[in-house]
Design a protein around this ligand. Structure first.
Ligand code: C2E
Ligand code: MG
Ligand code: MG
Ligand code: MG
Length: 273
């Protein structure tokens, strides 16, 4: 009996694996056509200043509505795009689109609105990144200082030398730089602090623990203190409830982002009061 059960389970996993492989291959193939077919779009999530309670920045987050599978999370398709040159094509495309959207939102709602977008490790290593950023700024007229580029610790540490050179070149364009998902990597703090960063985003896993564990509070306290000591703006990610927000205010965090303050939505649905 145990034997048949074992075999049954095996077969189940085989089917599961085959389905996942099939989906992955299909998505990889379809992603190539997605930009041209207009299936990729950008959602924007507000980032709120904790002193003024106003939205100062929006983060552009890529979305893919697949004709057959429906909405696909960037957690699934960004890694697929990163396996090929596709990430660079999609990245340049979304940068220009985001800059265009923000110029319009600035005209309509808030002349001071800032934009932040994510960069992948593979984009950092690509010589076409700098021209793509320059192009997005020039063709839209977005002031460079209102554009921030987010990079995760792990992307920075893949090749610290190349990353440092790219960041310096981006800085020369006048754009700002943020470290994303801070606390999830294994980078040396000393190494990070040599980079020309403006903002540090505390990963949502630490924010989730606020109000629940004293450890989380102690970690966030020390991240804020350390970041402020080197003049970085601190943003807390993944704020979902009022208690977390209250604690973050008490801990002197500068800005917050999360479902409590606003979910990622299409540009036209943003509330920028
Ligand atoms: P990220 O840059 O850390 O973005 C924040 C993610 O947390 C977003 O997920 C957002 O929807 C989610 N989030 C925001 N507030 C909350 C909250 O209160 N609770 C919870 N549980 N989650 C919250 P999303 O949109 O699925 O994006 C996931 C990741 O995909 C991003 O993480 C980013 O690393 C990557 N990504 C998204 N768009 C792009 C892009 O255009 N280019 C690149 N290279 N990566 C992207
Ligand atoms: Mg981000
Ligand atoms: Mg993040
Ligand atoms: Mg994240």
């Amino acid at each position: 009996e145990a034997k048949t059960q074992g075999r049954g389970r095996h077969a189940f996993f085989d089917v599961d694996l085959r389905m996942r492989t099939q989906r992955r291959l299909q998505l990889e193939q379809d992603l190539r056509e997605a930009p041209r077919k207009g299936e990729l779009w950008l959602a924007y999530q507000p980032i709120v200043d904790l002193r003024t309670d106003r939205t100062t920045t929006v983060e552009g987050l890529l979305r893919w509505t697949h004709p057959r599978y429906g909405p696909i999370s960037p957690v699934e398709f960004i890694p697929l795009a990163e396996e090929s040159d596709l990430i660079n094509i999609v990245g340049a495309h979304m940068l220009r689109k985001a800059a265009t959207d923000i110029v319009e939102l600035r005209t309509r709602h808030n002349p001071d609105l800032h934009l932040t977008v994510n960069l992948s490790a593979r984009q950092i290593d690509d010589p076409r990144l700098i021209p793509a950023v320059r192009d997005a700024i020039r063709t839209t007229g977005l002031p460079p200082g209102t554009l921030c580029l987010e990079i995760t610790e792990s992307a920075l540490m893949r090749d610290p030398k190349i990353a440092a050179a790219t960041l310096a070149a981006l800085r020369d364009l006048g754009v700002r730089l943020a470290i994303d998902d801070f606390g999830t990597g294994y980078s040396s703090l000393a190494q990070l602090l040599t980079l020309p960063l403006d903002t540090l985003k505390i990963d949502q896993s630490f924010v989730a623990g606020l109000g629940q564990s004293k450890d989380a509070e102690a970690i966030v306290t020390s991240i804020v203190a350390m970041a402020h000591a080197v003049d970085l703006i601190v943003v807390a990610e993944g704020v979902e409830n009022p208690l977390q927000l209250e604690i973050l205010r008490d801990l002197d965090c500068d800005q917050a982002q999360g479902y409590l303050l606003g979910r990622p939505v299409a540009a036209g649905e943003l509330k920028l009061g």
